[in-house]
Design a binder for this molecule. Structure first.
Ligand code: FES
Length: 141
């Protein structure tokens, strides 16, 4: 199975310069940070994706750590690019199929982009829980 040029380039760029390509972590307890952590049962790979939002609810930073294959790392990196500058509602519209199509993932590797989408979904859930808690603790007067 050959990886597409896009997968290979993204994977190599991340390996060469992880900081520049958003590998890392934010403080998960920061009020403006949402964290999603997921594992793929079929291969045991694990991915953590974090979103940082500004006061207007716009994503102004994304970090990830992926213990997985080249497709999973390329998918994470592609999600990072697609999420920058989006609101949570816009982020919900990005699907693994969009990523898989651009990366030309073969059927056997589709679960790698699914893993990345699940990471985002979990991070969004975490954000919505934090928002709900904030509203509960600071009700409008
Ligand atoms: Fe496990 Fe790709 S083979 S995420």
């Amino acid at each position: 199975m050959a990886y597409s040029k896009e997968v290979v380039e993204r994977f190599e760029n991340v390996l060469k310069n992880p900081d520049k390509h958003s590998v890392g972590r934010y403080d998960p307890n920061a009020p403006n940070v949402a964290t999603g952590m997921v594992g793929a049962p079929s291969c045991g790979d694990v991915m953590k994706l974090q979103l940082r939002l500004n006061d207007d609810g716009v994503i102004n930073g994304v970090k990830f750590k992926t213990y997985g294959c080249g497709s999973a790392i390329a998918s994470s990196s592609m999600f990072v690019d697609m999420l920058q500058g989006k609101t949570i509602e816009e982020a919900k519209q990005i699907k693994d199929k969009d990523i898989a199509a651009v990366l030309e993932l073969p059927p056997i590797k589709l679960h790698c982009s699914v893993l990345a989408e699940e990471g985002i979904r979990k991070a969004i859930e975490n954000w919505e829980e934090k928002e709900a808690r904030r509203k509960h603790n600071n009700p409008p007067e």
